[in-house]
Design a protein around this ligand. Structure first.
Ligand SMILES: [Zn+2]
Length: 459
């Protein structure tokens, strides 16, 4: 089975062939740590950690780097507004990010480089770009000269004229060309800064990814990934810097971009004010519900985040966990991930196809109850779900999880159910109905079945 990936660089879906199958290299642009991330920011780490998982199954060595941007004007502003030191802001929100990712079932990267611990590498890369005529110094800034790189605009498919006409570039008097971008800029004494040949200053955003990617993964890497919103200018500028700093060697061989999230059909963005904060969603929904919605659409397509999508994901997972609960007494054996399921994922991470196959595996497991196939069917369902990070919870606890802010006293529920069963045995149906109503008022639903009375939180 071959992994195929849609490469933004060639605009085609291609067989993935690494430079060195013993050391496959993957770089994903990580968060700027000045606040909790919104749900749209969770899509790339979820999708590309799944890609890293697939790579590890097919190649003997993988190095996956996802950076932390801990020097940025948004961080400076957050520190100024809160009165906290900058390191207080960055450490707090980097820790929150790791914690939220872990809850979401995202495997940590092998390397998590921080921009502020790579300042010497960033300065060295700026010096190389100046020495080779691709960058220049002006008023304590170092700027990349876009006219020095003929392929500038190739990745994003834009011409320099379009970029300037579209006012996507910052106009400044010290720039030779309006599209030139900052590699290094001066810092006043109240802002984070490091000594450099151009005075005390701090790096621009784009250069950090080029420097950290070079440091940890080498000059030419296999895959670089991120949201399609980063295609221009961030990724275009990374290509220009890295290619020119490395004497024309290609930077990333495959570029992957995920589509953006909308919220109830509208563009989701901080400036519009309609974002949902991942940290808060994790207090309301089981993490697997969020993970499932994030993976349900194909990663290159836009994804609409909505209450309906959350409800539907919850209902599907309830159904699959219900199958497992009916098979509680069935042993689980070691099982390979079903071939067609993995084949769907290897086809440019086709999660919609993979989830259709997963639904079929759940149906097969449901039908296998009470037959000799039950162990096999249950084990295949669990093996497939594990690869995408679903059905990882104990099925009883799945149905009894309580959202933050609500409270359910499990011992009290169990006692009421025992009392109801006793009332039913004594044919006191009025009392049994009364107890069912009392449980419903506690947001607990009960189901009577062959295996006794079960309960869950919610309708
Ligand atoms: Zn980046």
């Amino acid at each position: 089975m071959n992994l195929r990936l849609h490469n933004s660089l060639t605009r085609r879906t291609e067989d993935f062939v690494p430079q060195d199958p013993n050391r496959v290299t993957l770089y994903v642009c990580g968060p700027t740590v000045y606040n909790y991330v919104h749900i749209g920011n969770a899509r790339p780490p979820v999708v590309f950690a799944l890609l890293a998982r697939l790579l590890r199954r097919h190649f003997s060595g993988v190095v996956y780097a996802r950076n932390i941007t801990d020097v940025d004007d948004k961080i400076n502003e957050a520190a100024r507004q809160s009165g906290l030191p900058i390191s207080g802001i960055t450490e707090r929100f980097a820790a929150a990010y790791r914690d939220d990712m872990s809850k979401l079932g995202v495997d940590p990267p092998d390397v998590e480089p921080h921009a502020t611990t790579h300042i010497p590498q960033i300065i060295a890369m700026c010096e190389r770009l100046i020495a080779s005529g691709h960058a220049y110094v002006a008023e304590h800034h170092v700027l990349f000269d876009v006219t020095s790189y003929a392929d500038y605009g190739h990745l994003s498919g834009r011409s320099v004229d379009d970029m300037v006409a579209g006012a996507r570039v910052e106009v400044a008097p010290y720039k030779k060309n309006p599209a030139d971008f900052v590699l290094w800029k001066p810092s006043s004494s109240d802002l984070p800064g490091w000594d450099s040949p151009w005075g005390r200053g701090r790096p621009g955003w784009h250069i950090e990814c080029s420097a950290m990617s070079e440091t940890h993964l080498g000059e030419t890497i296999d895959i670089h990934a991120g949201g399609v919103d980063l295609l221009f200018p961030h990724h275009e500028n990374e290509v220009a810097q890295s290619t020119c700093a490395h004497g024309g060697k290609p930077f990333a061989r495959y570029w992957l971009h995920n589509g953006m999230l909308t919220l109830e059909g509208r563009k989701m963005s901080k400036s519009v004010g309609n974002t949902q904060v991942l940290h808060e969603l994790l207090e309301i929904y089981p993490p697997e519900v969020l993970r499932f919605v994030l993976l349900k659409a194909h990663y290159r397509q836009p994804l609409d985040w909505s209450d309906a999508a959350l409800r539907q994901a919850r209902a599907t997972l309830d159904g699959w966990y219900g199958v497992l609960r009916d098979l509680t007494d069935v042993e689980v054996a070691d099982a390979d991930v079903p071939t067609e399921f993995e084949a769907a994922l290897l086809d440019d991470l086709n999660t919609p196809d993979a989830f259709a196959i997963l639904a079929g595996l759940a149906d097969a497991a449901r039908r296998s109850a009470g037959t000799a196939d039950a162990t096999d069917a249950k084990s295949r369902l669990l093996a497939a779900a594990a690869l995408v990070g679903l059905l990882q919870q104990d099925c009883e606890s799945w149905f009894k999880q309580v959202p933050a802010g609500a409270e359910v006293d499990a011992a009290r529920v169990d006692a009421l159910i025992a009392e109801r069963n006793a009332a039913r045995a004594a044919r006191d149906y009025a009392r049994a109905d009364q107890i069912r109503a009392e449980l419903a008022s506690m947001n607990v639903t009960i189901e009577d079945g062959a295996q006794g009375t079960r309960w869950r939180v919610g309708a």
